[in-house]
Design a protein around this ligand. Structure first.
Ligand code: TMP
Ligand code: ASP
Length: 237
């Protein structure tokens, strides 16, 4: 399927229409952003690595019964997906404390969270993705109570698939963010799952293998993403 028109340009991906109104093409760029788009840099190979990474993870999730928008890998930087009506609320699950939870509650990074926490954030860079709750989402019409319940169920189900997958590669899935949309009335996982939107630490050394390397200026960002992929059995060349 061919790209038709640019529909939307995000911080790291561009979305194109296709001849079929039910399908879109996601193009993964090398742009890497942090702090709600305040810092953007080009990191060579990142688009290709995240596109293949995302495809691999989405296939694992689909095999475990999670509905995803993924249709097929088209090229190094592109995949074909179902067109969803996206819900502007980000779902975050945390197995260990890090990032904004540490800043907000003053707990120690790495504190184990059992059971895992579930949080919602409004997708809005200008407002710095503020934390919201279900009543906000319902009152402002971002999602219905039923849709939110399904988003929570699926986000926690993803943890049961991915925590053991990363553990088998010697990694801790610290936290992750998912975005959902609606396709034919059904809640479906959209956007991407890559080290841009989750935290992964080496189990033994707790070395950071995710976008915190970029946020914290640690270097070796794409190298770390590739290492994660290789530990899971992905091939990038
Ligand atoms: P946080 O600690 O900044 O709240 O982020 C939790 C996890 O969700 C972390 O892996 C990063 C991811 N995330 C995004 O990728 N984009 C976002 O806009 C938000 C709010 C979180
Ligand atoms: N929301 C992503 C992050 O936390 C990207 C961005 O903020 O620009 O890094």
């Amino acid at each position: 399927m061919q790209k038709l028109n640019e529909l939307y340009r995000g911080k790291a991906k561009t979305v194109f229409t296709t001849e079929n109104p039910e399908y879109l093409i996601l193009q993964f760029r090398d742009d890497t952003s942090a702090f709600d788009g305040e810092r953007i840099e080009q990191l060579a190979r990142k688009g290709m690595v995240n596109n293949k990474f995302n495809y691999f993870i989405m296939e694992k999730l689909a095999a475990a019964g999670i509905p995803t928008q993924m249709e097929k890998l088209l090229s190094d930087n592109e995949c074909l997906v179902k067109k969803l009506a996206m819900i502007p609320v980000e779902c975050v699950v945390r197995n260990l404390a890090a990032g904004s939870l540490v800043r907000r509650l003053g707990v120690e990074e790495g504190l184990e969270l059992n059971p895992p926490t579930f949080e919602l954030f409004l997708k809005n860079d200008a407002l710095h993705d503020p934390m919201v709750n279900e009543s906000h989402a319902i009152a402002f019409g971002w999602a219905t109570a039923e849709q939110l319940a399904e988003m929570k169920r699926l986000t926690l189900a993803v943890n049961n698939v991915l925590k053991p997958l990363f553990a088998a590669g010697g990694m801790l899935l610290v936290d992750y963010k998912l975005e959902f949309g609606v396709f034919n009335g059904e809640i479906v996982l959209g956007d991407e799952f890559s080290p841009d939107g989750c935290r992964l630490w080496d189990i033994a050394t707790r070395t950071k293998l995710d976008k915190d390397r970029f946020r914290q200026g640690l270097g070796g960002v794409v190298e770390a993403y590739e290492e994660v992929g290789k530990r899971l059995g992905m091939q990038f060349d």
